[in-house]
Design a protein around this ligand. Structure first.
Ligand SMILES: Cc1cc2nc3c(=O)[nH]c(=O)nc-3n(C[C@H](O)[C@H](O)[C@H](O)COP(=O)(O)O)c2cc1C
Length: 348
């Protein structure tokens, strides 16, 4: 399964994986790097773009300095590999509502330096629609439920990402979250009936060629991949977190508000967060209200863990796909493996 395969010549395309999404963005495989806050930096985004995927820089909470630095790096590295046309960016929408300076900076770029696509997740994208349209930037909206799709289409989304609750990082809590395996075909049917030109990506649990082939079989035009590319050589995730993830199985994650409270992130309901279920998480997961009421001691333990690189306390953000992650190679190798396996399955 994880036998290393040679990196492909940069111009090789994966014919059986050609989809509306790959054609629309000039990709060699129908995959987008998830814009993972603090992990999808310039090097990872450029590596994915060079390998033929759409490389979305993780603008996350909209830190202007971080976004400027990493997006600029992605474009520089991408230009050196003639892949800058596959570099985009993503933001957390509710956070943009408080501070949109990083988005403002991106939208002020010269035409040739604009992101190839912009992804908005977790909030109402409509306030940003006109400015994106004015700069002709394709909008990608990540949703977790069918009922969110009309709002995304009203905002002009060209691409809907259907995110299942298996996904790493933020998503909908257990009362509201859906599974990738049912959400994707339901959205594919809905879009075919109501907005047939809109493209669909599956997110949540796609970590190898089986997942990519399954996403296509379920009716998606491609996949948005987070966790698997988080565990790559170029990802900015801490080495200790990547090591902890490789030692875990897919049973080892949980979705809750624990780490958002510990990290002082005021995420709005109904979102919560999937990460490795480490000892500090276990200590508080059944006492969320107590943690919320008096978080100081737990926050001190968490802060100490972060400072020491101790992931028994600090969080390692990864989804259920962690059980399929056994190494941490360059992104190009991961994407090549994924493409070859998916292509084989599509032809079978
Ligand atoms: C480390 C990490 C950070 C993430 N940060 C963001 C983010 O800032 N914005 C966003 O839209 N999604 C974020 N996500 C969720 C991804 O967009 C995507 O839905 C998810 O990674 C797909 O599931 P997978 O992890 O199983 O591939 C993050 C995911 C991970 C693993």
């Amino acid at each position: 399964m994880n036998t290393p395969v040679p990196t492909p010549p940069s111009n090789r395309s994966h014919g059986a994986l050609s989809t509306r999404f790959s054609q629309r963005f000039g990709l060699r495989l129908p995959v987008a790097l998830a814009p993972m806050a603090l992990a999808s930096g310039g090097a990872l985004s450029a590596a994915c773009a060079q390998a033929g995927a759409l490389g979305l820089v993780g603008g996350g909470y909209g830190d202007l300095d971080w976004t400027r630095r990493e997006y600029t790096l992605a474009r520089q590295l991408g230009a050196a590999a003639q892949a800058e046309a596959r570099i985009g960016c993503g933001f957390i929408t509710w956070k943009l509502d408080q501070d949109a300076s990083a988005l403002d900076w991106l939208l002020d770029q010269a035409d040739e330096a604009l992101p190839r696509a912009l992804m908005l997740s977790f909030g109402d994208p409509r306030p940003y629609a006109a400015r994106l349209q004015a700069r002709r930037i394709p909008l990608i909206c990540q949703v977790q439920r069918l009922e969110q799709v009309p709002q995304a289409l009203e905002a002009g989304a060209e691409i809907i990402v259907a995110q299942g609750a298996e996904a790493g990082g933020h998503g909908m809590n257990s009362l509201n979250g859906r599974a990738t395996f049912t959400l994707v075909p339901e959205l594919a049917d809905w879009l075919a009936a109501h907005a047939p030109a809109t493209l669909l990506l599956a997110a949540g649990g796609v970590a190898d060629g089986r997942g990519l082939a399954a996403a296509l079989a379920l009716g998606a035009d491609g996949a948005l991949v987070g966790s698997r590319l988080w565990a790559s050589a170029e990802s900015l995730a801490p080495a200790g977190a990547k090591a902890q993830a490789q030692a875990s199985t897919g049973d080892g994650t949980a979705r809750s508000e624990v780490f958002d409270i510990l990290r002082r992130k005021n995420w709005p309901a109904p979102y919560d967060f999937r990460a490795l279920r480490n000892p500090l998480h276990r200590q508080w997961e059944s006492r969320i209200e107590a943690l919320r009421a008096a978080p100081e001691a737990a926050r001190a333990a968490y802060d100490q863990g972060v400072a020491a690189g101790d992931f028994n306390a600090a969080h390692a953000t990864v989804g259920e796909a962690v059980g399929l992650i056994h190494d941490c190679p360059p992104a190009a190798e991961l994407l090549q493996r994924m493409a070859e396996q998916a292509q084989m399955l599509r032809k079978a």
